[in-house]
Design a protein around this ligand. Structure first.
Ligand SMILES: Cc1cc2nc3c(=O)[nH]c(=O)nc-3n(C[C@H](O)[C@H](O)[C@H](O)COP(=O)(O)OP(=O)(O)OC[C@H]3O[C@@H](n4cnc5c(N)ncnc54)[C@H](O)[C@@H]3O)c2cc1C
Length: 388
């Protein structure tokens, strides 16, 4: 297969086969274009093996509605059977309520298996255990992916980076909310609580409050007043806090329709915890916002960084070695087109989908506003497919 891939040019290669990448086949199916798309030659790469699926494997409740995980799938399409499983039924039954993320993760893992099988049936493939190290853009605009040894993995006219994101760099010796919420730090945290150390959580996002919620859930009886410290460097935002102000861009996406920005601010259990702390009902948690308040006296502590994520790097360069997409903070426009680091213009044929990409609005402002599966499988994938 690799000889064939070296010489021929596929229509599309997708780097990463995690939760977001599934949006490409799912949206193509919804649009009735799946067979046509796959017939033109598509290949997916993922550095993991199928049994190593970890997407959304966090031991907390979702910040999105349970049914949001299903909305992209055409109930009469190629992946309809994924809707007829116990995990899909429990997501559906949750409706607008949050769900345990492990349930969403099991659903997505099953869905990924079905998508991979469907691709294989049409002669395309997911190459598991295959990590793309970098991409070279040939003079004719063909994308050539390479592994770490420099071997060519595939050549294609279009490429989508869907490699997910890694936590932003943390201080030396700090844990990350990523590892914490996946349950990888339980022994460490249990010992810290038992020894009376302060658990300091840096950040004021859904992840920060979810870490605090997990500490309360696991060791709440042992905690003393203020033993958990949420060190939010900026004021904490609540979901829909300024809804009455229809022109607040943080909360209202479209002032004409009143469409709410679903990706800004705390909701669900994270919001409940914030409000309990502010009211003074949850005294085991100390909250400082914006860095202005008096900080607790120093004593030995365990620090958890919950400062967000940024896209995993897959450098993209020209044959001459000019960097089109660098290792830090790549940006996309609203159509998911990756922006050339040198010019800020879209790189023709190159897209990104999933967590961690900076999103540049037409007025040039940047943010990370669209990090949810219903968007990745919905509008974001539709916009990419419109160009493929
Ligand atoms: C704590 C937390 C909670 C969240 N809760 C929700 C929620 O409730 N609802 C919601 O809709 N979204 C939620 N999200 C946001 C987002 O939907 C998920 O993070 C989602 O898993 C992102 O999917 P992804 O495909 O971008 O990344 P991933 O699921 O991480 O997939 C990336 C894939 O790329 C592969 N890969 C990486 N590098 C390479 C490479 N170089 N070559 C080949 N393969 C590679 C990886 O092996 C992986 O399989 C949450 C995110 C976090 C961090």
């Amino acid at each position: 297969m690799s000889d064939h891939r070296n010489s021929s040019v596929d229509h599309l290669q997708v780097i990463g086969f995690g939760a977001a990448a599934l949006g490409i086949p799912i949206a193509a199916d919804r649009q009735g274009r799946l067979t046509d798309l796959l017939g033109r030659g598509c290949v997916f790469f993922d550095s993991r093996r199928p049994r190593e699926w970890t997407s959304l494997g966090y031991d907390i409740l979702s910040n999105s509605a349970g049914a949001d995980f299903l909305v992209g799938i055409d109930p009469a399409g190629a992946f309809a059977e994924a809707l007829d499983t116990p995990q899909a039924r429990s997501l559906l039954a949750a409706g607008t309520r949050p769900v345990p993320l492990p349930t969403a993760s099991v659903f997505l893992h099953d869905l990924a298996g079905r998508v991979a099988e469907h691709l294989a049936g049409l002669g395309d493939e997911v190459r598991f255990g295959s990590r793309v190290d970098h991409i070279v853009v040939e003079p004719g605009g063909v994308f050539r992916s390479h592994d770490a040894q420099g071997r060519t993995l595939a050549r294609s006219r279009h490429a989508v980076l869907a490699v997910g994101a890694a936590p932003r760099p943390a201080g030396a010796g700090w844990l990350t909310s990523e590892a914490f919420l996946r349950g990888h730090c339980l022994t460490h945290a249990k010992t810290a609580v038992a020894e009376g150390h302060r658990i300091r959580i840096v950040g004021g996002s859904h992840s920060a409050f979810s870490v605090a919620g997990m500490v309360l859930r696991e060791w709440g009886d042992e905690l003393t007043t203020g033993q958990v410290w949420i060190d939010a460097r900026r004021p904490v935002r609540l979901y829909g806090a300024n809804l009455k102000d229809r022109h607040s861009p943080a909360d209202v996406v479209d002032p004409d329709t009143g469409e709410v920005n679903r990706f800004c601010g705390l909701r669900g259990p994270a919001r409940d915890l914030y409000q309990a702390v502010v009211r003074g009902d949850e005294r085991r948690v100390l909250l400082t916002e914006g860095g202005g308040e008096p900080r607790p006296a120093v004593r030995p502590e365990l620090t958890v960084s919950a400062q967000g994520y940024r896209a995993r790097p897959v450098p993209v360069r020209t044959e001459q070695g000019e960097v089109l997409v660098g290792p830090t903070d790549p940006a996309v426009d609203r159509d998911g087109r990756l922006l050339d680091a040198r010019t800020g213009n879209p790189v023709p044929g190159l897209f990104a989908l999933g967590l961690g990409y900076r999103h540049i609005a037409p007025d040039g402002t940047a943010g990370y506003p669209r990090a949810a599966l219903n968007i990745f499988h919905g509008d974001a994938a539709d916009r990419i497919l419109a160009t493929l």
